[in-house]
Design a protein around this ligand. Structure first.
Ligand SMILES: Nc1ncnc2c1ncn2[C@@H]1O[C@H](COP(=O)(O)OP(=O)(O)OP(=O)(O)O)[C@@H](O)[C@H]1O
Length: 299
């Protein structure tokens, strides 16, 4: 996030109505073209509201949004572009595909270049959807549907790609595969992307930069590795590294244990087996090893 001519310049306020009463969301940041920014923070921090303000789905109280040479929002000049005039691709966790359209038709519907099928062919190939192109969503797995949702978002040729927990409904293996597709897309299209995620390995693997939100405000920003582990960043796409932390909580959940570890400024929740969790104690200092898929804990 540079301070001069950034591709995306965002500043907005919005009064939030939360269970704890009214809270002012007040956020500003800049993002360079082609970068992936991750937004992390506890439930209710305002992550989805931030994406919705960007998309024009929620009205900001005040602020401005500039994307390249375009102004999407400027409350002092009464500019508020409707969603359909903002060049965004949006992917939510629940796919939101049209049930009656085939995979190919979903992409064709989204593409502004109706007479040029080359982008559709390229996306079907890139996302390995060629064999499924004449299927409707009901016949596809969750991971396949999410690949279609991603391809459809890119078929719009957006200036900004907004990903709101896009992988959270998927199992670990699917999630890992989808991350590879997101990286492939990034290498090919260099889209400026904002990713809301609760999942640190995903942020470490995909994002160039990150923001931690709490109660509608940015409390920290920087590279994912510096924010979440107090370390110098590893090579992008090779996010395996080790940090240390203190165990705050060990609690049984459905078939496993949730262990919360404080690392630098952040609390990281890990899901461990009973055998792994019983070897640990509260307040114990442990090492946490992040790799692309699963953080591991070493007593
Ligand atoms: N349009 C709105 N006007 C006022 N308050 C809102 C509006 N939309 C959401 N809120 C409130 O703002 C708070 C933040 O909601 P938001 O969905 O942005 O949080 P979040 O960080 O995305 O949470 P989660 O991780 O649970 O999805 C919530 O308390 C919500 O009730």
């Amino acid at each position: 996030m540079t301070q001069s001519t950034a591709f995306l310049d965002f500043q907005a306020t919005k009064m939030l109505h939360t269970a704890q009463g009214r809270e002012l969301l007040d956020i500003s940041f800049r993002l360079d073209q082609g970068r992936i920014l991750a937004i992390y923070g506890p439930s209710g921090a305002g992550k989805t509201t931030l994406l919705r303000i960007l998309a024009g789905l929620t009205e900001a109280g005040s602020g401005h949004i500039r994307v390249g040479d375009d102004t999407w929002l400027d409350t002092t000049r009464h500019i508020h572009l409707p969603t359909r005039r903002r060049a965004i691709g949006f992917v939510f966790q629940d796919f939101a595909l049209f049930p009656n359209l085939t995979v190919r038709q979903q992409l064709e519907y989204a593409s502004p270049e109706k007479h040029d099928s080359s982008i559709i062919a390229e996306l079907l190939a890139l996302m390995e959807l060629e064999a499924l192109q004449h299927h409707r969503p009901a016949l596809l797995s969750g991971g396949q549907q999410q690949r279609v949702a991603l391809a459809r978002a890119i078929a719009r040729r957006p200036s900004l790609l907004l990903l709101d927990e896009p992988l959270s409904a998927l199992d670990e293996e699917m999630r890992n595969k989808l991350q590879e597709y997101i990286l492939k897309i990034q290498q090919r299209f260099h889209l400026t992307t904002i990713l809301v995620s609760h999942y640190l390995p995903e942020i470490l693997r995909l994002a160039d930069t990150a923001i931690i939100l709490k109660k509608g405000r940015i409390v920290s920003e920087g590279t994912p590795a510096s924010l979440f582990a107090g370390q110098t960043p590893p090579q992008k796409n090779n996010s395996s590294f080790k940090t240390t932390g203190t165990i705050l909580r060990i609690e049984p959940s459905a078939n496993a244990f949730i262990v919360s570890v404080r690392c630098a400024d952040t609390i990281i929740d890990l899901t461990l087996s009973a055998a792994e969790a019983t070897a640990l104690n509260l307040n114990q200092t442990v090492s946490v090893i992040f790799n692309a898929i699963n953080p591991k804990i070493i007593p």
